[in-house]
Design a protein around this ligand. Structure first.
Ligand SMILES: Cc1cc2nc3c(=O)[nH]c(=O)nc-3n(C[C@H](O)[C@H](O)[C@H](O)COP(=O)(O)OP(=O)(O)OC[C@H]3O[C@@H](n4cnc5c(N)ncnc54)[C@H](O)[C@@H]3O)c2cc1C
Length: 330
Protein backbone atom coordinates (compact mmCIF):
# COMPACT_ATOMS: atom_id res chain seq x y z
CA UNK A 1 0.00 0.00 0.00
CA UNK A 2 1.01 3.64 -0.43
CA UNK A 3 3.44 4.56 2.32
CA UNK A 4 2.94 8.27 2.15
CA UNK A 5 -0.55 9.46 2.97
CA UNK A 6 -1.98 12.99 2.92
CA UNK A 7 -5.12 13.65 4.92
CA UNK A 8 -7.13 16.77 4.11
CA UNK A 9 -9.03 17.95 7.19
CA UNK A 10 -8.24 17.96 10.89
CA UNK A 11 -11.65 17.68 12.51
CA UNK A 12 -12.67 14.45 14.22
CA UNK A 13 -12.79 12.50 10.92
CA UNK A 14 -9.38 13.63 9.67
CA UNK A 15 -7.59 13.20 13.01
CA UNK A 16 -9.10 9.77 13.67
CA UNK A 17 -8.31 8.52 10.16
CA UNK A 18 -4.78 9.88 10.41
CA UNK A 19 -4.25 8.01 13.70
CA UNK A 20 -5.40 4.70 12.20
CA UNK A 21 -2.80 5.01 9.41
CA UNK A 22 0.01 6.46 11.53
CA UNK A 23 -0.30 3.80 14.24
CA UNK A 24 0.05 1.13 11.51
CA UNK A 25 3.36 2.53 10.34
CA UNK A 26 2.37 4.87 7.50
CA UNK A 27 3.87 8.31 6.93
CA UNK A 28 0.91 10.56 7.56
CA UNK A 29 0.72 14.29 6.89
CA UNK A 30 -2.46 16.15 7.74
CA UNK A 31 -3.34 19.47 6.09
CA UNK A 32 -6.28 21.67 7.02
CA UNK A 33 -7.61 25.20 7.02
CA UNK A 34 -8.47 24.80 10.70
CA UNK A 35 -7.37 22.22 13.24
CA UNK A 36 -9.21 20.43 16.06
CA UNK A 37 -11.16 22.74 18.31
CA UNK A 38 -11.46 25.46 15.60
CA UNK A 39 -13.37 23.11 13.26
CA UNK A 40 -17.05 22.13 13.18
CA UNK A 41 -15.99 19.24 15.41
CA UNK A 42 -15.03 21.78 18.07
CA UNK A 43 -18.61 23.09 18.16
CA UNK A 44 -20.21 19.69 18.69
CA UNK A 45 -21.88 18.49 21.84
CA UNK A 46 -20.19 15.23 20.84
CA UNK A 47 -22.31 12.68 22.61
CA UNK A 48 -22.53 9.25 20.99
CA UNK A 49 -25.82 8.93 19.11
CA UNK A 50 -26.66 8.09 15.47
CA UNK A 51 -28.41 11.38 14.65
CA UNK A 52 -28.92 13.20 11.35
CA UNK A 53 -26.77 10.95 9.17
CA UNK A 54 -27.57 8.56 6.32
CA UNK A 55 -27.89 5.78 5.23
CA UNK A 56 -29.31 4.18 8.37
CA UNK A 57 -28.41 0.54 7.43
CA UNK A 58 -24.72 1.56 7.38
CA UNK A 59 -24.85 4.24 10.05
CA UNK A 60 -26.05 1.90 12.82
CA UNK A 61 -23.25 -0.70 12.41
CA UNK A 62 -20.65 2.11 12.15
CA UNK A 63 -22.07 3.73 15.27
CA UNK A 64 -22.03 0.47 17.24
CA UNK A 65 -18.43 -0.26 16.18
CA UNK A 66 -17.35 3.24 17.21
CA UNK A 67 -19.22 2.86 20.52
CA UNK A 68 -16.85 0.03 21.50
CA UNK A 69 -13.72 2.04 20.74
CA UNK A 70 -15.00 5.09 22.61
CA UNK A 71 -16.12 2.96 25.56
CA UNK A 72 -12.56 1.61 25.79
CA UNK A 73 -11.14 5.13 25.64
CA UNK A 74 -13.45 6.07 28.52
CA UNK A 75 -11.32 3.85 30.78
CA UNK A 76 -8.64 6.58 30.62
CA UNK A 77 -9.93 9.98 31.80
CA UNK A 78 -7.06 11.77 30.00
CA UNK A 79 -8.81 11.07 26.66
CA UNK A 80 -11.77 13.30 27.53
CA UNK A 81 -14.15 10.38 26.89
CA UNK A 82 -16.51 9.24 29.63
CA UNK A 83 -19.63 7.12 29.84
CA UNK A 84 -22.82 8.96 30.66
CA UNK A 85 -26.52 8.18 30.98
CA UNK A 86 -28.41 9.72 28.08
CA UNK A 87 -32.13 10.29 28.61
CA UNK A 88 -34.14 10.88 25.45
CA UNK A 89 -37.60 12.27 25.93
CA UNK A 90 -40.71 12.90 23.87
CA UNK A 91 -43.17 15.70 24.61
CA UNK A 92 -45.87 14.35 22.34
CA UNK A 93 -46.39 10.64 22.85
CA UNK A 94 -44.84 7.24 23.50
CA UNK A 95 -41.17 7.28 22.47
CA UNK A 96 -39.94 4.23 20.57
CA UNK A 97 -36.73 2.63 21.81
CA UNK A 98 -34.80 1.89 18.59
CA UNK A 99 -34.03 -1.83 18.01
CA UNK A 100 -30.26 -1.26 18.09
CA UNK A 101 -30.54 0.49 21.48
CA UNK A 102 -31.81 -2.67 23.19
CA UNK A 103 -28.40 -4.29 22.63
CA UNK A 104 -26.89 -1.41 24.64
CA UNK A 105 -29.31 -1.95 27.53
CA UNK A 106 -31.75 0.90 26.80
CA UNK A 107 -34.77 0.97 29.07
CA UNK A 108 -37.84 3.16 29.50
CA UNK A 109 -37.57 5.96 32.02
CA UNK A 110 -40.20 5.10 34.61
CA UNK A 111 -41.17 8.67 35.27
CA UNK A 112 -40.73 11.19 32.54
CA UNK A 113 -40.33 14.01 35.05
CA UNK A 114 -37.06 15.72 34.28
CA UNK A 115 -35.22 17.88 36.78
CA UNK A 116 -31.72 18.03 38.20
CA UNK A 117 -31.23 15.22 40.69
CA UNK A 118 -30.77 17.22 43.89
CA UNK A 119 -34.21 18.83 43.59
CA UNK A 120 -36.39 16.33 41.73
CA UNK A 121 -39.57 17.29 43.52
CA UNK A 122 -39.17 20.99 42.85
CA UNK A 123 -41.24 20.93 39.69
CA UNK A 124 -39.39 19.95 36.60
CA UNK A 125 -40.71 19.36 33.13
CA UNK A 126 -43.15 16.55 32.56
CA UNK A 127 -42.37 14.79 29.29
CA UNK A 128 -44.82 12.26 27.85
CA UNK A 129 -42.24 9.43 27.80
CA UNK A 130 -38.56 8.70 27.67
CA UNK A 131 -35.84 6.09 27.63
CA UNK A 132 -32.38 5.87 29.07
CA UNK A 133 -29.18 4.48 27.57
CA UNK A 134 -25.52 4.58 28.62
CA UNK A 135 -23.30 6.08 25.93
CA UNK A 136 -19.84 7.60 25.44
CA UNK A 137 -19.50 11.37 25.68
CA UNK A 138 -16.44 13.00 24.17
CA UNK A 139 -15.58 16.31 25.79
CA UNK A 140 -14.29 18.16 22.73
CA UNK A 141 -12.23 20.56 24.84
CA UNK A 142 -10.08 17.55 25.80
CA UNK A 143 -10.71 14.87 23.16
CA UNK A 144 -9.65 16.85 20.06
CA UNK A 145 -6.34 17.73 21.71
CA UNK A 146 -5.98 14.08 22.75
CA UNK A 147 -6.45 12.98 19.11
CA UNK A 148 -3.92 15.58 17.93
CA UNK A 149 -1.34 14.44 20.48
CA UNK A 150 -1.96 10.75 19.77
CA UNK A 151 -1.40 11.41 16.08
CA UNK A 152 1.84 13.33 16.57
CA UNK A 153 3.08 10.69 19.06
CA UNK A 154 2.58 8.10 16.31
CA UNK A 155 4.78 10.21 13.99
CA UNK A 156 2.04 11.98 12.05
CA UNK A 157 2.22 15.70 11.29
CA UNK A 158 -0.48 18.38 11.20
CA UNK A 159 -0.25 21.59 9.24
CA UNK A 160 -3.00 24.15 9.80
CA UNK A 161 -3.78 27.23 7.70
CA UNK A 162 -3.70 25.26 4.43
CA UNK A 163 -6.69 25.66 2.11
CA UNK A 164 -6.82 23.58 -1.06
CA UNK A 165 -8.86 24.64 -4.10
CA UNK A 166 -8.65 21.11 -5.52
CA UNK A 167 -7.39 17.81 -4.18
CA UNK A 168 -4.91 17.69 -7.11
CA UNK A 169 -3.12 20.59 -5.34
CA UNK A 170 -1.94 18.16 -2.65
CA UNK A 171 1.81 17.63 -3.12
CA UNK A 172 2.38 14.85 -5.73
CA UNK A 173 4.81 13.12 -3.35
CA UNK A 174 1.74 11.70 -1.58
CA UNK A 175 0.41 8.72 -3.50
CA UNK A 176 -2.75 8.43 -1.41
CA UNK A 177 -5.00 11.38 -0.52
CA UNK A 178 -7.81 11.08 2.01
CA UNK A 179 -10.56 13.68 1.94
CA UNK A 180 -11.99 14.46 5.39
CA UNK A 181 -13.08 18.03 4.61
CA UNK A 182 -16.53 17.89 6.21
CA UNK A 183 -18.83 20.58 4.80
CA UNK A 184 -15.74 22.00 3.02
CA UNK A 185 -16.10 19.12 0.52
CA UNK A 186 -18.91 21.09 -1.14
CA UNK A 187 -16.36 23.43 -2.69
CA UNK A 188 -13.36 21.12 -2.64
CA UNK A 189 -14.95 18.34 -4.72
CA UNK A 190 -18.08 20.22 -5.86
CA UNK A 191 -20.44 17.92 -4.00
CA UNK A 192 -23.92 19.41 -4.36
CA UNK A 193 -25.37 16.62 -2.26
CA UNK A 194 -23.92 18.16 0.91
CA UNK A 195 -26.31 20.25 2.96
CA UNK A 196 -25.18 22.44 5.88
CA UNK A 197 -27.27 21.58 8.92
CA UNK A 198 -26.46 24.55 11.08
CA UNK A 199 -26.24 23.99 14.81
CA UNK A 200 -25.82 26.54 17.59
CA UNK A 201 -25.02 25.79 21.23
CA UNK A 202 -24.52 27.77 24.41
CA UNK A 203 -21.82 26.76 26.88
CA UNK A 204 -22.86 27.44 30.45
CA UNK A 205 -21.22 26.73 33.84
CA UNK A 206 -21.47 23.23 35.31
CA UNK A 207 -24.90 22.54 36.83
CA UNK A 208 -24.77 21.00 40.29
CA UNK A 209 -26.72 17.74 40.37
CA UNK A 210 -27.04 17.28 36.61
CA UNK A 211 -25.24 14.01 35.99
CA UNK A 212 -27.04 12.72 32.88
CA UNK A 213 -27.55 14.12 29.40
CA UNK A 214 -31.10 15.20 28.52
CA UNK A 215 -32.33 15.33 24.90
CA UNK A 216 -35.73 16.01 23.39
CA UNK A 217 -36.10 15.98 19.60
CA UNK A 218 -39.71 17.22 19.53
CA UNK A 219 -40.06 20.96 19.02
CA UNK A 220 -38.65 22.92 20.69
CA UNK A 221 -35.56 20.73 20.13
CA UNK A 222 -33.42 20.85 23.29
CA UNK A 223 -30.45 19.17 24.90
CA UNK A 224 -28.39 19.64 28.03
CA UNK A 225 -25.10 17.78 28.15
CA UNK A 226 -22.90 18.05 31.25
CA UNK A 227 -19.13 17.91 30.55
CA UNK A 228 -16.10 17.83 32.87
CA UNK A 229 -15.95 21.57 33.44
CA UNK A 230 -19.11 23.03 31.92
CA UNK A 231 -22.40 22.13 30.25
CA UNK A 232 -23.59 22.35 26.64
CA UNK A 233 -27.10 23.64 26.02
CA UNK A 234 -28.64 23.19 22.56
CA UNK A 235 -29.86 23.21 20.06
CA UNK A 236 -30.80 24.13 16.57
CA UNK A 237 -30.80 22.29 13.25
CA UNK A 238 -31.62 24.42 10.20
CA UNK A 239 -30.41 24.29 6.61
CA UNK A 240 -28.18 27.35 6.59
CA UNK A 241 -24.61 28.46 5.89
CA UNK A 242 -24.67 31.21 8.46
CA UNK A 243 -21.74 30.85 10.85
CA UNK A 244 -22.66 33.94 12.87
CA UNK A 245 -24.05 33.50 16.36
CA UNK A 246 -27.76 34.33 16.51
CA UNK A 247 -28.41 35.93 19.95
CA UNK A 248 -32.16 35.15 19.72
CA UNK A 249 -31.35 31.42 19.30
CA UNK A 250 -29.05 31.49 22.33
CA UNK A 251 -31.77 33.11 24.38
CA UNK A 252 -34.36 30.56 23.23
CA UNK A 253 -31.98 27.63 23.92
CA UNK A 254 -31.06 28.82 27.41
CA UNK A 255 -34.67 29.60 28.32
CA UNK A 256 -35.98 26.23 27.14
CA UNK A 257 -33.19 24.17 28.76
CA UNK A 258 -33.61 26.06 32.06
CA UNK A 259 -37.37 25.51 31.95
CA UNK A 260 -36.93 21.77 31.34
CA UNK A 261 -34.29 21.40 34.06
CA UNK A 262 -36.17 23.68 36.41
CA UNK A 263 -33.14 25.86 37.16
CA UNK A 264 -32.47 29.58 37.22
CA UNK A 265 -31.33 30.90 33.86
CA UNK A 266 -27.54 30.48 33.91
CA UNK A 267 -24.97 32.87 32.51
CA UNK A 268 -23.60 32.03 29.06
CA UNK A 269 -19.84 31.41 28.93
CA UNK A 270 -19.61 30.97 25.15
CA UNK A 271 -21.69 30.39 22.05
CA UNK A 272 -20.64 28.12 19.17
CA UNK A 273 -22.01 27.59 15.69
CA UNK A 274 -21.13 24.72 13.37
CA UNK A 275 -22.36 23.29 10.06
CA UNK A 276 -23.16 19.59 10.35
CA UNK A 277 -21.98 18.08 7.04
CA UNK A 278 -25.19 16.29 6.13
CA UNK A 279 -25.08 14.42 2.81
CA UNK A 280 -28.47 13.60 1.32
CA UNK A 281 -27.32 10.36 -0.33
CA UNK A 282 -25.35 9.35 2.75
CA UNK A 283 -21.83 9.46 4.20
CA UNK A 284 -19.30 9.34 1.35
CA UNK A 285 -16.85 6.55 2.05
CA UNK A 286 -15.31 5.39 -1.21
CA UNK A 287 -12.20 5.42 -3.38
CA UNK A 288 -12.01 7.60 -6.48
CA UNK A 289 -9.35 8.70 -8.94
CA UNK A 290 -7.94 12.22 -8.98
CA UNK A 291 -7.39 13.83 -12.39
CA UNK A 292 -3.65 13.16 -12.01
CA UNK A 293 -4.29 9.42 -11.55
CA UNK A 294 -3.72 9.26 -7.80
CA UNK A 295 -6.18 7.56 -5.52
CA UNK A 296 -8.37 9.61 -3.21
CA UNK A 297 -10.54 8.07 -0.51
CA UNK A 298 -13.45 10.23 0.57
CA UNK A 299 -14.57 10.20 4.20
CA UNK A 300 -17.04 13.03 4.73
CA UNK A 301 -20.73 13.80 5.10
CA UNK A 302 -21.27 12.48 8.64
CA UNK A 303 -24.01 15.03 9.43
CA UNK A 304 -24.84 15.18 13.12
CA UNK A 305 -22.88 12.04 13.96
CA UNK A 306 -19.22 12.66 13.12
CA UNK A 307 -17.98 11.56 16.54
CA UNK A 308 -20.45 8.67 16.68
CA UNK A 309 -19.15 7.22 13.40
CA UNK A 310 -15.51 8.31 13.59
CA UNK A 311 -13.58 5.12 14.43
CA UNK A 312 -15.60 2.79 12.21
CA UNK A 313 -15.33 5.14 9.23
CA UNK A 314 -11.58 5.56 9.77
CA UNK A 315 -11.19 1.77 9.86
CA UNK A 316 -13.25 1.48 6.64
CA UNK A 317 -10.95 3.99 4.94
CA UNK A 318 -7.99 1.82 5.92
CA UNK A 319 -9.69 -1.32 4.56
CA UNK A 320 -10.58 0.43 1.29
CA UNK A 321 -6.97 1.62 0.92
CA UNK A 322 -5.60 -1.87 1.66
CA UNK A 323 -7.87 -3.51 -0.93
CA UNK A 324 -7.22 -0.82 -3.51
CA UNK A 325 -3.46 -1.10 -3.28
CA UNK A 326 -3.48 -4.89 -2.96
CA UNK A 327 -5.43 -5.17 -6.23
CA UNK A 328 -3.29 -2.59 -8.06
CA UNK A 329 -0.04 -4.34 -7.05
CA UNK A 330 -1.36 -7.84 -7.73
C1 LIG B 1 -24.01 22.04 17.28
C2 LIG B 1 -23.51 20.71 16.86
C3 LIG B 1 -23.68 19.61 17.71
C4 LIG B 1 -23.22 18.35 17.31
N1 LIG B 1 -23.35 17.31 18.17
C5 LIG B 1 -22.86 16.08 17.84
C6 LIG B 1 -22.94 15.00 18.74
O1 LIG B 1 -23.48 15.13 19.86
N2 LIG B 1 -22.41 13.80 18.37
C7 LIG B 1 -21.81 13.61 17.16
O2 LIG B 1 -21.36 12.50 16.86
N3 LIG B 1 -21.72 14.64 16.26
C8 LIG B 1 -22.24 15.85 16.58
N4 LIG B 1 -22.18 16.88 15.70
C9 LIG B 1 -21.70 16.62 14.32
C10 LIG B 1 -20.20 16.64 14.24
O3 LIG B 1 -19.72 17.82 14.79
C11 LIG B 1 -19.77 16.52 12.77
O4 LIG B 1 -20.35 15.39 12.17
C12 LIG B 1 -18.26 16.40 12.73
O5 LIG B 1 -17.66 17.50 13.37
C13 LIG B 1 -17.74 16.29 11.30
O6 LIG B 1 -16.35 16.14 11.45
P1 LIG B 1 -15.38 16.22 10.20
O7 LIG B 1 -14.02 15.99 10.71
O8 LIG B 1 -15.90 15.35 9.12
O9 LIG B 1 -15.58 17.72 9.69
P2 LIG B 1 -15.00 19.14 10.35
O10 LIG B 1 -14.96 19.00 11.80
O11 LIG B 1 -15.83 20.16 9.71
O12 LIG B 1 -13.55 19.15 9.78
C14 LIG B 1 -13.30 19.43 8.43
C15 LIG B 1 -11.83 19.75 8.25
O13 LIG B 1 -11.55 19.95 6.88
C16 LIG B 1 -10.87 21.20 6.72
N5 LIG B 1 -11.15 21.70 5.37
C17 LIG B 1 -12.36 21.89 4.81
N6 LIG B 1 -12.21 22.33 3.53
C18 LIG B 1 -10.87 22.42 3.31
C19 LIG B 1 -10.07 22.82 2.19
N7 LIG B 1 -10.63 23.21 1.04
N8 LIG B 1 -8.72 22.78 2.31
C20 LIG B 1 -8.14 22.39 3.47
N9 LIG B 1 -8.86 22.02 4.57
C21 LIG B 1 -10.20 22.02 4.48
C22 LIG B 1 -11.40 22.04 7.85
O14 LIG B 1 -10.55 23.16 8.12
C23 LIG B 1 -11.39 21.01 8.98
O15 LIG B 1 -10.09 20.84 9.48
C24 LIG B 1 -22.60 18.17 16.05
C25 LIG B 1 -22.43 19.28 15.21
C26 LIG B 1 -22.88 20.53 15.61
C27 LIG B 1 -22.66 21.68 14.70
Amino acid sequence: MAKSVAIVGAGVSGLTTAIVFAERGYDVSTFAKEVGRSTTSGAAAAIWFPYDAEPIPKVIPWALETYKVLADLACDSRTGVSMIELRRFSRAGEIQIPDWAHSLGASSVATALCAVSDRPQAGGYNFASGYSIRVPLTDTTIYLDYLRDRLTNAGGTIQGGVRFENLEDVDPKFDLVINCAGIGARELVHDVDLEPHRGQVAIIPKIKGLDCAIVCDDAPFMYAIPRSNDCVFGGTNDVSDNLNVDPASTSRIVTECSRVLNIETPRVLAERVGLRPFRKSGVRLEAWKLRDGRTVIHNYGHGGAGFTLSWACAESVFQIASQRFASSSG
